[in-house]
Design a protein around this ligand. Structure first.
Ligand code: ATP
Ligand code: MG
Length: 392
């Protein structure tokens, strides 16, 4: 008997002619996630992906694989020769193991799928026979077909598979199936979640961070790298571009109305990101903005920020409430790092009374007072680039 992990993928099975492309990407992303664990066989069959676990720790493997985008759920199964006697025995062992771990289990049902139509019994007959065998051999247990404590799944294909647990993945699409985008990553709660959501749709992510060194500290930058390490568990290695925005903030501070600082510096961020993004095959920008969350995120501000670039800006959090964003940040593991108290570049020149209903014509007038192109050239010239990987 062997241990095998069955990986289910929902949406990508529906992709018609592209199906093979998506499946192959999923298999290669799963292989990548397990790369440093040695030789593990990962292969696809019957619209599933299978992982031969041999004597590896299945927990280590499921913990990694459930984080691969495209994975809807997975189960650790026993795989053996399909024979009715063996199926009953293994099903009994499976249910006993579950009861050993959780003594409150009182009800079960058996659910069978038969892929091998040559097998002498049909699915309902297999379920019925296995169910009867379990009832005979375990005390104090009964069948509940509607709301059982445990479902024992039996699958009969070239081999028989038995499992009783499904671990949820995050769904989405395998990374690398949908182009590349540049995430504007602050050290806050929102932008890592925004990047994660876009990556979950199969988009490769690069990141750009703006700091105001020496007004912002080295620790603030370390925090951003820590956030990227967490994201890279899901996204693989991530390229980080760091830009010192201070020369631009100083110039705005000197020449433009105080209240326009936030909108003007956001427009600079977008323009810089667009320039660097274009040079690095990114086709969209991603931000963690959400309507109304702060003064700079009124619909008016967002539209004036939009006008600064041609590249599409993806804002996956646009209509989400903060509590829901926080929940998601906790789920993906970025929250604890995001709330560490390090100063952000935007707080350095924070206006007392920010303009919350900016007018594009006024903002453009202010920008005329600045040498936008030179300022952008200057900061991009000093840009630092590095690659961040989980565990590095
Ligand atoms: P976050 O939690 O992501 O910091 P926020 O609620 O604090 O967002 P803002 O500070 O208004 O909102 O920032 C809006 C978006 O602008 C951020 O989600 C991020 O995408 C981008 N941004 C803000 N500051 C920076 C920065 N220092 N570097 C890179 N991007 C930034
Ligand atoms: Mg912020």
């Amino acid at each position: 008997m062997e241990n095998v992990i069955i990986v289910r993928y929902g949406e990508i099975a529906l992709k018609g002619l592209n199906k093979k492309f998506f499946e192959d990407k999923l298999v290669s992303q799963i292989r990548n996630a397990l790369l440093d664990m040695g030789k593990i066989r990962v292969y696809k069959a019957h619209s599933r992906v299978y992982i031969d676990v041999a004597d590896y720790n299945t927990r280590d493997i499921t913990d990694r694989v459930k984080k691969v985008f495209g994975v809807v759920s997975l189960s650790v199964a026993k795989k053996f020769e399909a024979d009715m006697g063996r199926i009953e025995e293994v099903a009994l062992q499976e249910l006993k193991d579950r009861i050993d771990k959780d003594s409150s289990i009182r009800t079960f049902k058996v659910e069978t799928r038969r892929g091998d139509k040559k097998f002498p019994l049909q699915s309902p007959e297999i379920s019925r026979d296995v169910g009867a065998y379990l009832l005979q051999n375990i005390d104090d247990i009964s069948v509940d077909v509607h709301n059982p404590d445990v479902v024992v799944y039996v699958e009969v294909r070239d081999k028989a598979f038995i499992f009783s647990d499904k671990i949820d993945g995050f769904g989405g699409l395998p990374l690398g199936t949908n182009g590349r985008a540049l995430l504007l990553l602050s050290g806050g709660i929102d932008s890592p979640v925004a990047g994660w959501l876009v990556a979950k749709r199969g988009v490769e992510i690069e990141a750009m961070h703006f700091h105001s060194y020496p007004f912002t500290s080295e620790r603030a930058k370390e925090k951003v790298i820590d956030l990227l390490r967490i994201l890279s568990i899901y996204c693989g290695e991530i390229k980080l571009y760091s830009i010192n925005l201070l020369p631009i903030q100083k110039e705005i501070n000197e020449k433009c109305p105080e209240g326009e600082m936030t909108v003007l510096s956001r427009r600079f961020m977008m323009k810089i990101a667009q320039r660097v993004g274009k040079d690095n095959s990114c086709d969209a920008l991603v931000t963690g903005e959400s309507i109304g969350q702060v003064a700079s995120q009124t619909v008016k501000s967002l539209s004036v920020i939009n006008e600064s670039v041609e590249m599409p800006i993806f804002r996956p959090l646009i209509a989400m409430d903060k509590v829901d964003i926080v929940d998601l940040a906790k789920k993906i593991g970025t929250y604890e790092t995001s709330i560490l108290p390090f100063e952000d570049c935007c707080t350095v020149f924070l206006p007392k009374h920010p303009v919350i209903q900016p007018r594009l014509d006024k903002i453009l007038k202010s920008e005329e007072k600045l040498n936008v192109k030179n300022l952008i050239d200057e900061v991009i010239d000093k840009m630092e680039t590095e690659i961040v990987v989980a565990g590095s």
